[in-house]
Write a protein of this length. Structure first.
Length: 141
C-alpha cells in the first residue's frame, strides 16, 4: 500500500538558485514516514514507550525535476518487507501535474533501543504495535 502526504514548498527552503534545497527533499521524505507511522497507530511516543525506533540505514535520492517556492507536491511512502532485519522504503515526490520531482529509496529497520540491535522481524514488530498495519504494507498480500 502506498501512503502519501501533501506539502507546499516554502520560501525559506529554497537555495540560492531559487529551487528546493537538496537536503529538504530528505526532510519531506522523513515527514511522510512519520505521518505514515502516526496514521497507522504507531506514533513516536508509542515506539519509545515500547523501547524501539525506526532507523534508516541507507538512502538514495534521484533528483529529477526542480521544485520552486509555492509548488505543491505529494510525498508518497511505501514499506516493502522481505526476509531479514531490514525493509525497503520507497518514496516519490510528485508535482501537481504528475511529474515526479524526486525518487527516494531507502533501507530501514527497527532498532531495539536497549540492545542497540536491529529487530529480527521488523514487519512483525510493527504489526504488533499498529492499529492499522495495512497502512504499513503488513497483511495486505
Amino acid at each position: 500500500m502506498t501512503y502519501s502526504v501533501d506539502v507546499t514548498v516554502r520560501g525559506y527552503e529554497l537555495d540560492t538558485q531559487g529551487h528546493l534545497n537538496q537536503a529538504v527533499y530528505l526532510q519531506y521524505a522523513e515527514h511522510a514516514r512519520w505521518e505514515l507511522l502516526r496514521d497507522a497507530g504507531v506514533p513516536q511516543e508509542k515506539l519509545l514507550a515500547e523501547g524501539v525506533g525506526p532507523v534508516q540505514l541507507e538512502v538514495t535520492v534521484k533528483y529529477l525535476r526542480e521544485l520552486r517556492g509555492g509548488d505543491r507536491v505529494r510525498v508518497s511512502c511505501a514499506f516493502v518487507y522481505g526476509p531479514g532485519k531490514t525493509f525497503e522504503v520507497r518514496q516519490r515526490i510528485t508535482k501537481e501535474d504528475g511529474t515526479v520531482a524526486a525518487e527516494i529509496d531507502a533501507v530501514g529497520g527497527v532498532l531495539d533501543l536497549s540492545a542497540r540491535r536491529l529487530i529480527a522481524d521488523p514487519a512483525g514488530r510493527l504489526a504488533s504495535l499498529a492499529e492499522k498495519p495495512e497502512l504499513l504494507g503488513i497483511g495486505t498480500d
